[in-house]
Design a protein around this ligand. Structure first.
Ligand SMILES: NC(=O)c1ccc[n+]([C@@H]2O[C@H](COP(=O)([O-])OP(=O)(O)OC[C@H]3O[C@@H](n4cnc5c(N)ncnc54)[C@H](OP(=O)(O)O)[C@@H]3O)[C@@H](O)[C@H]2O)c1
Length: 260
């Protein structure tokens, strides 16, 4: 199926690895050009650049300037059609809510919420004339608050609320805004050195492998989602094939959330 993304310009945050990288690769495969933001480049992103499908922009998206620098680089290409707010990280606080300091909250909000606010605010003026698609990577944790990552889960809930508000204000301009809410995805966030599996395992006396096994088993499909599966959904939401989908939160979790 032609997704009509040829020659579209897409901004992707958190683009060097994991879900963001998979989205860059899927957009490029569909014919879109990607302006890719992260603090560090990666060999895979460099491959996309070498093939003429991407420009890497080194930015710290937790700062006020990072998002505007990234969007300005995309605007130099002539237009901004698609924005994917993906950058994020999670820092477990195994001691619970009272151990989460102001610095922890500020860090979670700066990257998890404000980077999306600032990147979206910078991108929308470039979409007003011809419309666009804004896709924000939320999480099942927006509806599954978790005391050990309470700053992360609150931030994800805020993103869902923000996205619905954007859809209402900018729908008349042809700008769509949706969230994708993944369950556990097989990226460094979970599986990397010092990732969630390692940290949860250390706190509970289990091996990271056992943590991964039990988290995967909690999904009806019995496994983690792959970054590529999230990317395929992002391609659909970026495309005019989903032209009347806006203000939606689309879950991709293998049935991890068991409620309606
Ligand atoms: N993995 C999961 O299970 C899961 C589930 C639900 C939702 N999500 C969400 O999906 C998104 C991506 O997660 P992931 O699993 O793909 O994580 P990941 O593999 O750790 O990748 C995170 C990406 O964000 C970039 N990044 C981190 N801090 C940054 C900063 N300050 N400025 C610019 N870029 C920054 C990283 O690059 P640099 O380090 O080079 O900056 C990297 O490209 C996050 O929003 C996460 O909350 C993930």
């Amino acid at each position: 199926m032609d997704m009509h993304l040829r020659d579209k310009i897409a901004v992707v945050t958190g683009a060097s690895k994991g879900i963001g990288l998979a989205i860059c690769q899927a957009f490029a495969a569909a014919g879109a050009y990607v302006v890719a933001g992260a603090r560090h480049n990666s060999p895979e992103l460099q491959d996309l650049e070498a093939d003429g499908w991407a420009t890497f922009v080194a930015v710290d998206l937790a700062t006020a300037d990072g998002p505007t620098t990234l969007v300005a680089t995309a605007a130099e290409q002539g237009r901004v059609d698609i924005l994917v707010n993906n950058a994020g990280t999670v820092v477990p606080h195994m001691g619970g809510f009272v151990t989460v300091t102001d610095d922890d909250w500020n860090a979670a909000l700066s990257l998890g919420l404000m980077s999306a606010v600032r990147t979206t605010r910078a991108a929308i003026p470039h979409m007003l004339e011809h419309g666009g698609s804004i896709i924000t990577i939320g999480s099942v944790n927006s509806v599954l608050p978790d005391p050990s990552i309470i700053d992360y889960t609150a931030t994800k809930a805020a993103l869902a609320n923000l996205t619905k508000g954007l859809s209402k204000e900018f729908g008349p301009n042809g700008i769509r805004a949706n969230t994708i809410s993944p369950g556990p995805v097989s990226t460094d966030l979970w599986l990397g050195t010092g990732g969630m599996a390692a940290q949860v395992g250390a706190a509970s006396g289990s091996s990271p492998e056992d943590v991964v096994k039990s988290v995967g088993a909690a999904a009806a499909t019995g496994r983690f989602t792959t970054p590529r599966e999230v990317a395929d959904l992002a391609v659909f939401l970026a495309s005019d094939r989903s032209a009347n989908i806006t203000g939606s939160d689309i879950r991709i979790d293998g049935g991890y959330v068991t409620t309606l």
